[in-house]
Design a protein around this ligand. Sequence first.
Ligand code: RAT
Ligand code: ZN
Length: 421
Amino acid sequence: MAANEGHAGNEQALRDMVKGAVARAPVTDIHTHLYAPAFGPLLLWGIDEVITYHYLIAEFFRASDMPYDTFWALGKRAQADAIWKTLFLEQTPLSEACRGVITVLRKLGLDVASRDLDAYRAWFAAQETEAQVNRVFGTAGLQDVVMTNDPFDDAERPVWERAEGGDARFHAALRIDPLLNDWKHGHARLQGWGYQTDAGLSPRALAETRRFLEDWARRMNARYMAVSLPPDFAFPEDSPRAKLIAEAVLPVARERNIPFAMMIGVTRQVNPALRLAGDGVGTADVTAVERLCAAFPKNKFMLTMLARENQHACCVAARKFRNLLVFGCWWFLNDPILIEEITRMRLELIGPAVIPQHSDARVLEQVIYKWDHSREIIARVLADKYCDLSRAGWAVTEEEVTRDVADLFGGRFWRFLEYAP
Ligand code: RAT
Ligand code: ZN
């Protein structure tokens, strides 16, 4: 009896220790849609932006019968009013995206009980951008973030061309969806910028595409190149995309020793009336990733998949290829039930050689809730694993727990960037 009590007491102490280590760990958030303050209006922040997150817009349209066009014709503030009234006042904000708003308000010290949106607005209106970035980074325990940087974006490109940016906490990732998913239009844009491409992907077009990628990877100091891909993504394949990956993206990535990050499983615009909120999910074929990792052993790959059904095969692929790093619980997977399941599965199948989470934040303050909610789950799963290990006979030390946690929340990512396969 006494021995059992002692055992339980030790487990509680171990759990508390893990919880403390996770709560303190500074985070590198490896995939966001945030921007450094120098990008001006591209950096979204404030309560109206938080409430009009596209995850919430999708939920709003389910709960309201407002015609799509009527909603889109509203200004940002009126959209936020409609969402607040519908999702927070007329029904209980039970969903994860709704709870996120509540966590943000509470963690910023606002009075959640008042439910007074105008009072929240008044508080946000009194903040300065730089100070708000510092406050949010501090509250979320963020060390740095990786942006999503799209040279095809006419609002973003000029900022890079003016060589502004300079905030060491914001790293770049070169996002190349228009190139890989829409070569017909993508190559025309390249031509317009002086790269001698052609629709047929001649050797010269491929060389010029490499030059484009090199120019932008260098200009941005891109930590990785990234693309989102549909469920039917295949490799090898007789398609512009497969050819571009093999003969333009991977040679440049290898030359610069940066990973190629694949985000697989999104079907764009299953309901275009929802605009940014209109994308769906589909199960993909992980063997395409395995073939890439096998065919290009000198390249590094990062992988996140959108379908729950793909998570197990993803872990198995990572067991086979050390040039593959699995990351995050992406978008529709960023819910407690799935974060818990996926984190548990990953730790059991691949141990700590994984990046358990990224925020995908589009609005600054969202990192507060995304990391608060994820830290709680990751701490619980980790504590279970350390307790299992302790019961198996392994002496778990605080130093080692701190090491592992630092690794999971950022260290592993930075080491993978340095690693040369
Ligand atoms: O999570 C999101 O906000 C999505 O709209 C996408 O941006 C996705 O994360 C992506 O990077 O394509
Ligand atoms: Zn994203």
